[in-house]
Ligand binder design. Structure first.
Ligand code: SF4
Length: 204
């Protein structure tokens, strides 16, 4: 389920994400993080930069910290896997109309990128992940994941999505006993969503 609010963290300094990762590690080590979320909201002027109200900004940051904590806890198991898959959100394609030359295969279900635009974020992610041996699916929603995982028996999963979808995906993986790593969107919405390619490359 997507957030009830939209956000765009793409203009926030990169140091913000380093800080989130650091706090996520602390949380993963079961350290008390107390009021840190609120302090980060204020330090990076998240409300002013994004237009979010305080409670939405806190929800968003808590989810980002939880994602990093979970990545930290799952990392060892994940790096020992061989057959891995990457799930990408179709809303990060450069175009959502017929200028995107990806074909949708409903049997999988996934878009198959045709690499029509060198500056398309999905194109860059697909190319990098396939080079590392990943199978890649560009999916319309998290509900497609169980079908693909059951059919292909992947050992490790990397997923790019908004925090809410990542939570649901994490529950699916926990039930199936598959270690995962997640990369959160830094701009959500129905189209032109953004994730950090640098963050993804660090996780793959
Ligand atoms: S590069 Fe791939 S995902 Fe991006 S617009 Fe072209 S076909 Fe669609």
């Amino acid at each position: 389920m997507p957030y009830k609010f939209t956000f765009d963290l793409s203009r926030i300094p990169r140091f913000f994400f380093t800080e989130i990762t650091k706090v996520g590690y602390q949380k993963g080590l079961h350290k008390k993080i107390g009021k840190i979320t609120l302090e980060i909201v204020k330090k990076f002027k998240i409300q002013e930069m994004t237009g979010l109200n305080l409670s939405d900004a806190v929800v968003l940051l808590e989810d980002l910290i939880d994602i990093q904590a979970r990545n930290f806890l799952e990392r060892d198991k994940f790096v020992r896997t061989n057959k891995r898959v990457l799930f990408l959100p179709h809303c990060s394609r450069k175009y959502m109309d017929n200028r995107c030359k990806a074909k949708f295969d409903p049997e999988i279900p996934s878009y198959i990128c045709a690499h029509c635009s060198p500056d398309c974020l999905i194109n860059k992610a697909v190319t990098a992940a396939e080079k590392k041996g990943y199978d890649v699916y560009i999916i319309p929603g998290g509900s497609c994941i169980p079908k693909i995982l059951k059919a292909k028996r992947y050992e490790g999963v990397v997923g790019v999505a908004c925090g809410e979808e990542i939570k649901l995906g994490g529950e699916i993986l926990a039930k199936m006993g598959i270690p995962g790593q997640a990369v959160p969107l830094i701009k959500n919405g129905c189209a032109n969503t953004i994730f950090s390619l640098e963050n993804l490359l660090n996780v793959l």
